[in-house]
Each structure stands twice: as C-alpha cells, then as structure tokens.
Design a protein around this ligand. Structure first.
Ligand SMILES: C[S@@+](CC[C@H](N)C(=O)[O-])C[C@H]1O[C@@H](n2cnc3c(N)ncnc32)[C@H](O)[C@@H]1O
Length: 289
C-alpha cells in the first residue's frame, strides 16, 4: 500500500508537471474548488491531478476505515457499486481491506486519467451519467457514494427505476458514503436512497465524523491516520504536501509582477487534506423484510 500511495501521488505530480510546462501561471487552479457554479472541473486532466495530490491519500485512508467497519460488521465479500467513482480509490481500499476478495463497478461521467486499480479481474468502470444507467449489478451488496453525495444527492429519486430493475440478490445491503463536509446532509440523502430499496428495511447505521475518529485514534493531525495505517507516511516520500502548499511560490518564480493575487494563497496553494478532523463517513445497513 505504501508503494501504491507513493506511485499514485508521483504519477499525479508528473501529470500535473506536464500541464505546468505549458502554463507558467497557476491562476487556473482557482477553479479547483467545489463551491463554484458548475462544481469542480473533474473532466480536466490537470484538475484531476491536483485533486489527487490534495485528497487521494486522506480519502483512501478514510475509505479503508469505512470498509473495515463493514468487515467488522460481518461483510466478507463486498460487491460494490460506486457512484461517482473518480479515480477508483474505493476499489483500492476494498482490495486492501478485503485482501483482494471483492467485486466492483464504478460509475462516473468522466474517465479519470489515473486510477487506483487496474480494470479487469472483477473491477469494472462504466462511463456515463449514472442517472441514465438501466440497472446496476444484481449481486451488489454495497452501494457506495465516495465523496459524491454533494454532487448526486438532490437527484436520488431519479435512481428508483434503475434500482427496481436491478433485482438485488443479497439479503443485506449496505448504503455507504464518505462525506465531504456536511454529514447531516449526506446522511439524509443516503436514507432517501435507502428508501428506494423496495423490500428492505433499515437495520443499523454507523456514523463517524472527524471528532469521533480523532477521539478514537487519540491525536489530531497526520499522525492520527499514520498511527493506524503506517503506509500513510508515503505522503512524505511523494512530497505531495510541500508540492501543493508551495504552488504559489512556483508560480511567482515565473515573474509575473502583479502576482500573487490575494486569493492565490487560499485557492492555488491549497494544502492536502491530511487531518483526521476533516474525514467522515456513514454506513446504513438494510435487511430484506
Ligand atoms: C467529489 S468527486 C469524487 C471522486 C472520487 N470518488 C473520490 O472520492 O475522490 C464526484 C464525482 O462524481 C462524478 N459525477 C458527478 N455527477 C455524475 C453523474 N451524474 N453520473 C456519474 N458521475 C457523476 C464526477 O465526475 C466526480 O468524478
């Protein structure tokens, strides 16, 4: 896992460098945020690279924690349908937590140029608008929203037809999400999704937000994750932190007189998400009636 993380971050950095060779100014990175109309520009390669540099390590660790809880809850062979899968980091987390015993199909409008796992061997990618999918794999026992409820939550009801057409085999279905920043919102939307599972009722739910996890692992900050997952230290090998946080300086070196503009430091040199306090996830467990 350590090699995987270092390789992934180094690949993201190399890919970002390709863009940087053609673009001396980094002002464009001010679009790399979630609160602009139209949302984060996920379809653009350099925006994917910078997203991975900032968030991949933390979201991978977060997803491992979520899947470990499912494993502790008795799930042995996850068949995951992932909505808004992006780089497939959740497939990598499943591979890690369940020792390679898993199946996975990720849905995303964009085919991200870097992926956490190779396709094949039970790991599939379906490119397109998931609201247009006719059905989902009938063996699914985990419907996962990897940091994607914010993008998809308002349209949950539109999934009712494709869910009904899926004729699910499993008597137990987990509906899970890693959450961006409003766990209440994500929780409510997951319940709305769960209500679309006809013939199933909510059995239990698990909810972890930053504070719970910090308490559990004892320390805030990077050491919190690294205490649990030593491979997390590979973030240092890849120098992702200093690379991202030093972005404005690299841009300044290109000698534009009026830079940096006041908001550059906030939006261009954004630090990777490395503190446990920002991680959270939800899992709802449904049982067939
Ligand atoms: C916040 S990103 C999450 C990426 C990745 N799962 C992660 O955890 O890093 C949300 C993803 O949802 C995808 N998405 C948004 N609307 C979609 C739709 N209607 N159908 C399929 N994918 C969609 C975006 O392309 C983007 O990759």
């Amino acid at each position: 896992m350590r090699d995987h993380l270092a390789n992934m971050l180094n690949a993201a950095k190399a890919s970002f460098d390709e863009w940087a060779r053609e673009n001396a100014r980094f002002c464009d990175l001010k679009r790399a945020r979630f609160d602009l109309p139209g949302g984060y520009p996920y379809g653009e390669r350099h925006m994917q690279s910078i997203y991975l540099l900032r968030y991949y390590a933390a979201y991978l660790a977060e997803t491992c924690m979520l899947f470990e809880e499912l494993s502790e809850n008795g799930l042995q062979f996850p068949v995951i349908t992932s909505f808004g899968c992006g780089s497939l980091l959740d497939a990598k987390a499943a591979q890690y937590v369940f020792d390679g015993v898993y199946r996975y199909r990720g849905y995303d409008i964009h085919d991200w140029h870097l992926k956490g796992v190779a396709l094949g061997d039970g790991c599939e990618f379906w490119q397109g608008d998931l609201f247009l999918a006719r059905d989902f794999p009938d063996t699914t026992n985990v419907f996962h929203f990897p940091r994607s409820v914010g993008d998809l939550g308002e349209r949950m009801n539109e999934l009712s037809g494709s869910l009904l057409a899926s004729r699910l085999h499993s008597d137990i279905i987990y509906v899970t999400a890693t959450c961006r920043n409003d766990i209440e919102y994500d929780f409510e939307k997951l319940v709305a999704f769960g209500n679309l599972l006809t013939g199933y009722s909510l059995d239990i739910w698990i909810r972890r937000s930053g504070l719970d996890i910090v308490n559990f692992f004892g320390r805030n900050g990077r050491n919190g994750i690294a205490q649990k997952y030593s491979w997390f230290n590979a973030v240092n090998d890849a120098e992702a932190v200093s690379f991202c946080s030093g972005m404005v300086e690299k841009c300044e070196q290109s000698s534009y007189i009026n830079c940096p503009l006041p908001d550059c430091r906030e939006y261009v040199s954004r630090w990777p998400t490395l503190t446990l306090g920002e991680l959270s996830y939800v899992a709802l467990k449904y049982k067939r009636d």
